[in-house]
Ligand binder design. Structure first.
Ligand SMILES: [Zn+2]
Length: 171
């Protein structure tokens, strides 16, 4: 039996380049994949919790990879990108119907894009509600849903520097 050759630099000079030297974006992650955190499915280069995504994944008839999705990674990082502030007498009197409406809207948003998640749902002193969202868009979407359902007054404030949206709704 031959003794093992000592390592030389040459061992490391040959790089495998499947793209033949052309500049291409990094290879797309394997499909389909499923996230153990939330059950979202990765198919057609995006994460989704919509039933249609599961069908598309099943049709691929390929082995399923397990991978943490972008939303779960982001939730783990826990940094809010939006806040929805809700208060006013109308909210105090109708919170029993307003809160389910908000939760439904969150579910719809998450079906579109799993990044749209609630990070914190807290009662404010004096009877209001403060919701921290993982995306700017979700805070806006919730404010818009309240305005559409109940009128009231909605205000939007943005800070483009740190990508933070504040949405206030009151009636
Ligand atoms: Zn996930």
């Amino acid at each position: 039996m031959q003794s093992a050759k000592p390592f030389t630099n040459r061992t490391f000079t040959k790089r495998v380049d499947h793209d033949g030297g052309r500049h291409r974006p990094p290879r797309a992650p394997a499909e389909p994949a499923v996230c153990p955190g939330c059950g979202a499915v990765y198919v057609r280069r995006r994460w989704s919790r919509a039933p249609v995504a599961r069908l598309q994944a099943a049709r691929l008839a390929a082995p399923v990879t397990v991978r943490i999705c972008a939303a779960c990674r982001r939730r783990q990082s826990g940094i809010p990108h939006g806040y929805l502030h809700v208060d006013g007498d109308f909210f105090a009197a109708h919170r029993g119907e307003i809160e389910p409406l908000l939760r439904n809207e969150v579910e719809r948003a998450r079906a579109d894009n799993p990044l749209h998640q609630i990070l914190a749902w807290s009662d404010l002193e004096g009877g209001g509600l403060l919701i921290a969202t993982a995306t700017e868009h979700l805070a806006q979407r919730l404010g818009h849903a309240l305005e559409k359902a109940y009128d009231g007054r909605v205000r939007y404030g943005f800070s483009h520097e740190n990508k933070l949206a504040h949405v206030w709704w009151r009636r």
